[in-house]
Design a protein around this ligand. Structure first.
Ligand code: PNS
Length: 161
């Protein structure tokens, strides 16, 4: 059974992430979604909230598991006995950032080899940081995040546009 890890901060989960999860499962039998716990000093969402939202979003997607992790990705890949890492590439900036990370991870452990999935063109402008900025300035985040995340943002930040 082939397993991949899909790591990220998921602060918050976007519809781009959700598309990558579904497409990764067309290649792998199992996908462990690894939520980096301490991704930023002031995350928008706590690690518990990010894990909760991802669990809600994937509860009906067979083959998924959501686990938080700290430390190195290669160690998490080892712990989960995964065969590969999945990362999404939206543009050349992502590629420039991701390539050396993927190469370093491969050097540290060949089992942490990275498979890049090209995001859908209609998702290329979507990012968690754009969502955070929109929430701060009351921009419209519909079309950026799944409904579970939208509802969470409405409650937590008294967000309404
Ligand atoms: O969603 P993000 O913030 O782009 O995800 C980045 C992530 C979690 C994939 C990356 O920061 C990561 O792998 N962090 C764990 C620490 C690590 O292994 N760093 C690489 C050292 S070569």
């Amino acid at each position: 059974m082939a397993t991949a890890v899909f790591p990220g901060s998921f602060d918050p989960v976007t519809i781009g992430h959700m598309d990558l999860i579904k497409r990764a499962l067309a290649i792998f039998d199992k996908l462990v979604i690894g939520v980096l716990a301490n991704s930023a000093k002031n995350p928008f969402f706590t690690e518990e909230e990010r894990v909760y939202m991802l669990k809600e979003l994937t509860k009906d997607i067979p083959g998924t598991e959501v686990i938080q992790f700290n430390g190195l990705l290669v160690d998490f890949v080892k712990e989960t006995k995964a065969d590969a890492v999945i990362r999404g590439i939206r543009n050349s900036i992502d590629f420039e950032y991701e390539l050396p990370l993927a190469q370093a991870n491969y050097k540290l452990d060949y089992k942490a080899d990275t498979i890049f999935l090209a995001t859908l063109p209609e998702h290329s402008y979507i990012s968690s940081s754009a969502v955070r900025e929109l929430v701060r300035y009351k921009g419209d985040i519909k079309g950026f995040v799944p409904d579970v995340v939208y509802q969470f943002i409405v409650q937590k930040f008294d967000y309404m546009i």
